[in-house]
Structures are given as C-alpha cells and as structure tokens.
Design a binder for this molecule. Sequence first.
Ligand SMILES: Nc1ncnc2c1ncn2[C@@H]1O[C@H](COP(=O)(O)OP(=O)(O)OP(=O)(O)O)[C@@H](O)[C@H]1O
Ligand SMILES: [Mg+2]
Length: 349
Amino acid sequence: MLREQTDNRIPVLSVENLTISLKDGTPVTNSISFDIMPGEILGLVGESGCGKSVTALSLMGLLADSMEVTEGSAVFTPAAGRIATRGDGLGSIDLFSVTPKQRSRVNGSRIAMIYQEPMSALNPLQKIGKQVGEVLKLHSDLDDAAIREKVLSMLERVDLKDPERVYGSYPHQLSGGQRQRICIAMAAIAEPALLVADEPTTALDVMTQEEILSLIRRLNRKNGTAVLFISHDLSVIEKICSQVMIMYAGSAVEYGSTGDILRMPAHPYTIGLLRSIPGPDKKGSALDCIPGRVPSVHDPKEPCPFAPRCFMAKPVCTMRRPPRADFEEDHHVYCHFANERQRSRWNSP
Ligand SMILES: Nc1ncnc2c1ncn2[C@@H]1O[C@H](COP(=O)(O)OP(=O)(O)OP(=O)(O)O)[C@@H](O)[C@H]1O
Ligand SMILES: [Mg+2]
C-alpha cells in the first residue's frame, strides 16, 4: 500500500472567475474565484438566492438545463493531498470541460455531494444497503460480500445504531437525521477527494445538526477530505470551516480565514450577517437585520450589488465595481470602503 503524502501547495479545487448564466445571458454568479486546499473545509455563505447551490451544482455538472457556465475554470486535482492510490492516473482536470466519461469517473467516487434534503437524494424504492454500496459496485473491483462488509462498517462509522437493520431498510422507514447520515455514508464510502455539502443540516433539529457537523469534521480529519460546506448561517460556518467565502447576489464580497473574518469583518454585508446572528447577549433586544432583500437574478444590479442595502453606500458604489482590498495574506474584500477603521468599528461598536 502506498503511504499517503501531504502536498499542501496544490489545491484540490481551484475555481477561477466562475460565471454561471441563464441561457438568455442573464448572469447568476459573477466571476467567483476560490481554492480549497487538501484537508480544508471552505464555507460558502450568503442569504437565500445568492447562488450557493448553483455554484455547487456547476462543479458536479448538474446545472439545470436553463443555465450554463459561461466563463471560468474549476481545476480539480484529486491527488493533491496524497499520492494517487488507485493507479488510474486521474491528474488535474477542468470540471467544466470534462467528457461524459470523465464525469462519470469523477462524480460519486472523486467528488461527492450531500444535498440539503436527504430524501431527494435517496431512491425510495431501493433498500439502503444497495444504495450505499452502489458507488463501490460502479467504481471498485470489490465483490458483493466485500461491498456488504464495507457498507456495514460505513453505516457504523456514521453512528447509525443497528447497521444490519438499516442495511435492509427503505428510506421511508428512517428519520430525517438517519437519512442524512445515510447520505453522508454514501458520499464518503468511496473516500472522495472533495465533498460538497449543500446545507446538510438545515432540515434537521439542533441536536442532530451538531452530530452531523461533528461527523463531517471527523471524515474530513480522518481521510483528509476537502469540503465545500454551504450554509446561510455564519454560526454553523464558525463551527466547522477554516476558510469562508461570503456571497451576495452572485458575487463574492469577502473571502479568507474564518477566524479573521468573524473577528474583524470588513464588508458591510458580512457585518450585517454577523449582527443578525441571534445570541445569548442579544436576548430581549431586536435583531439587527439587513434592511431590504436579495435582488432576483433579473433585477438590474449596481456595480456593487450590495449598494442598495448598504449602510455605508456612497455614490461611487453605484458608479464603479469595488476593487479588491487585501488585509492579512488571505483576507480579501470587495468594497470601496473596506479599511482598518471599518474593521475596528465592528470590534468596538
Ligand atoms: N433552475 C433554475 N432556473 C432559473 N433560475 C434559477 C434556477 N435555480 C436557481 N435559480 C436562481 O438562481 C439564483 C441562485 O439560486 P441558488 O439556488 O444557487 O441560491 P442559494 O444561494 O442556494 O439559495 P438558498 O439558500 O435558498 O438555497 C436565484 O436567484 C434562483 O432564483
Ligand atoms: Mg441553495
């Protein structure tokens, strides 16, 4: 067996200038760029409709027929964090220009996705054991008995009690939390290099949410799996992501290390999101919410899309696209007024 060897210099996924548009040319995302390093969990945050899911779906080649990637690349290097152990030599590929054959080799086994609504990802007519083992049947040389063994041990690893019973159950016989564990087992069983988790805990109660988060963290640590973790909730992101990208109306507005951004946010939208988080210290007081709402893809946008809702907006925001401001090595902000004074104001309101 080859020893795993870490190479932190090559990202598992490097997305550059990703623009997704409707077929009539209307942009849905606007030149998004981010890297995910081996073993890293990158959070993608923003209000409903800002383009988180379409970004994830584009990576999987699963955009709706009404949409397409009109610009950009997504270079995927499955062996970035380790020497390839499977001998099938998949080097770096651009996920936006793969052939159908390459796509079927990548999806499920190299990149796996966990969906927001677990029921929609499961086949209601097929028993759990068969569904979880499917990816191994397609992508490995294991025989049926070995697959069964591996599936049972995976069900145990995602903390499902009585794996034998779950193995023979149909999805409707399980709870929402159990079904999400099944989806995680299905995603993790082939040890993908990248896991895309689209709001995996939103449909679950708080206790189950915590357990699912700790499960994803465990898989990430044990296998060094890179994770793209989507959420609209910064308090969830804080628990699990080392890096975070904040999106607004299809554009990235702030990107960098989670600790730095949450301690010293520089973009007024991030500040608004942080002020909206309910917390014990805010009990009894009205939440500071961001006035207005996210524009639809069809609404005309200012050069800074957040300008109409921004407490700091000035005429320049409606005239020029904000340049990128850089703080620490890996903290980038797209705002005309992102500066140290703005950041320290968040710290001492
Ligand atoms: N199939 C589709 N056809 C046309 N427009 C779509 C389609 N799917 C999504 N959109 C639009 O694209 C934009 C981005 O949608 P997306 O689903 O990525 O948002 P999101 O950030 O994931 O939101 P949520 O937090 O609600 O899941 C939205 O304005 C949405 O209305
Ligand atoms: Mg979504």
